[in-house]
Design a protein around this ligand. Structure first.
Ligand code: ZN
Length: 169
């Protein structure tokens, strides 16, 4: 509204007008679907998982080997340079024993979630994943672990292609 416009043009419609059929109305359920790209780095990473391989990006300026891979080095403000295959073994950096599900219900058996620093990548570079085949009370920081992969025919290019990490044998 302004000094010249004191009333919007047109005719206001209220709910009664619509319910009485005075105006044509329609109703539809909105189906919301989302697609988004994983990006160059994570796409390659996920393809690697399907093959049972872990791929990282190396920055040739600082020398860091970054996993999960990124196409950009936030230390040097420049693109990373090359792909490096790293091992599917690593070291527990930190972990948490959870006795609750994501709906806050209590679990019969706890799950152990850990950040695993991956062998061949730089220190502090790791993957958040489950630990398995170990008693929760036996897990400790510094424990050497290895990936347990799904059978190749069941892999789909997802982080769940690794079932869990277990103590290295
Ligand atoms: Zn760098």
């Amino acid at each position: 509204m302004s000094s010249k416009v004191s009333k919007y043009p047109g005719t206001e419609i209220d709910l009664k007008d619509i319910e009485s059929g005075k105006f044509l109305s329609t109703h539809y359920e909105t189906v919301l679907k989302y697609d988004w790209t994983s990006g160059v780095a994570i796409s390659r990473f996920l393809d690697g998982l399907k093959q049972g391989e872990l791929w990282a990006r190396k920055c040739n300026k600082c020398g860091r080997i970054i996993i999960p891979p990124r196409m950009y080095c936030e230390e040097d403000f420049r693109p990373t340079d090359e792909w490096v295959q790293v091992k599917d073994t690593g070291t527990v950096n930190t972990f948490s024993i959870s006795y609750v599900n994501n709906d806050a219900s209590r679990r019969e058996k706890p799950i152990v979630v850990a950040v695993v620093e991956i062998d061949g990548a730089s220190p502090l570079m790791g993957i958040l994943h489950l630990l398995g085949e170990v008693e929760p009370g036996k897990v400790e920081v510094g424990m050497k672990v290895e990936a347990v992969w799904k059978p190749q025919s069941e892999r789909e290019g997802a982080i769940t292609d690794i079932l869990h990490f277990r103590p290295r044998r």
